[in-house]
Design a binder for this molecule. Structure first.
Ligand SMILES: O=P(O)(O)O[C@H]1O[C@H](CO)[C@@H](O)[C@H]1O
Length: 284
């Protein structure tokens, strides 16, 4: 196999990296991505330096409600973190590589472990509103349709051409999260499979039935691009979905799903999410 290059081929990455390095001395080993309505975690950090996405060279900008659009460097009980207060989705018009841009920047900054959160619809009919689902695996529909951050010429700086996705949501980090949830008395913990579709349509009944047949527990429009990019460059991943609405894979009852409801649930359970993720990251 060819030797690994010393730098990424695309200069965009170090232009963004150098801009950040000139402004903050922190070099965190932990990265966090906050999903829809779940950005409150970043507000609880100490010794914060925060940048608007729009000011960082080549960084995409957030266009969705509930995604503030700030890159926050801070400390949790003295531990340095870098946190995305808002993420990017294909339905905003971004390519998968743009959705994954910040993750590769995290790698350049020295991030070794990544915690991701998202808002998701509970397809598993045993799930309740406000449950937390530890993601154990994903069904990446965009990738199956040819949309991935790793398409095109492979840059060996990041990783190999072909990417192993077994255990992409790290088993040890999941086991630790279960232990921590029990310790803090958080009982609404599930573990399941997350499906990403491009969106922005919520799923039809037929699409929900297809996902159920495939063993999917929760539905969303994000996270997998970040995880693919992270695994490509050997960052360990851990993800929690908040079940912000319950899917209804039936024609008998007409269900209304909307983003306001998603944000409302994420906000209502926001403190519980902050408590859980803080307790978990404290142990990393
Ligand atoms: O996955 P996050 O970014 O949390 O947001 C979820 O909520 C939005 C739909 O309500 C979609 O963007 C979906 O992906």
């Amino acid at each position: 196999m060819a030797a690994r290059p010393q730098h990424p081929a695309d200069p965009k990455y170090y232009e963004a990296l150098n801009w950040i390095k000139e402004r903050v001395s922190s070099r965190p080993k932990i990265g966090v991505v906050c999903g829809s309505g779940l950005g409150k975690f970043a507000d609880t950090l100490e010794d914060v330096t925060s940048f608007d996405y729009k000011d960082i060279p080549h960084f995409p900008v957030s266009t969705v409600e509930g995604h503030k659009g700030c890159l926050v460097f801070g400390k949790l009980n003295g531990k340095e973190l870098v946190c995305m207060q808002g993420r990017f989705h294909l339905y905003e018009g971004y390519e998968a590589s743009a959705c994954a841009f910040p993750i590769r920047l995290f790698k350049l900054l020295g991030v070794e472990k990544l915690a991701l959160t998202n808002a998701a619809g509970g397809l598993n009919q045993n799930y309740k509103l406000g449950d937390f689902m530890l993601v154990k695996d994903h069904l990446n529909l965009p990738a199956l349709m040819g949309l991935s951050p790793t398409l095109g010429v492979n840059d060996l700086y990041w990783g190999p051409r072909f990417i192993n996705m077994h255990n992409c949501y790290d088993q040890e980090l999941r086991d630790l999260a279960k232990k921590v949830a029990a310790e803090i008395g958080e009982e609404k913990i599930q573990e399941g499979v997350y499906q990403c579709q491009v969106g922005p349509c919520y799923e039809t009944v037929a699409e929900q039935k297809l996902a159920q047949a495939a063993g999917v527990d929760a539905l969303g429009m994000s996270t997998v691009y970040e995880v693919v990019a992270a695994r490509h460059c050997d960052i360990k991943c851990f993800a929690i979905s908040m079940i912000t609405n319950i899917c209804n894979p039936s024609y008998d009852v007409v269900t209304e799903v909307n983003h306001e409801e998603v944000i409302e649930c994420a906000t209502t359970r926001g403190d519980a999410m902050v408590k859980l993720i803080s307790a978990i990251l404290d142990k990393w």
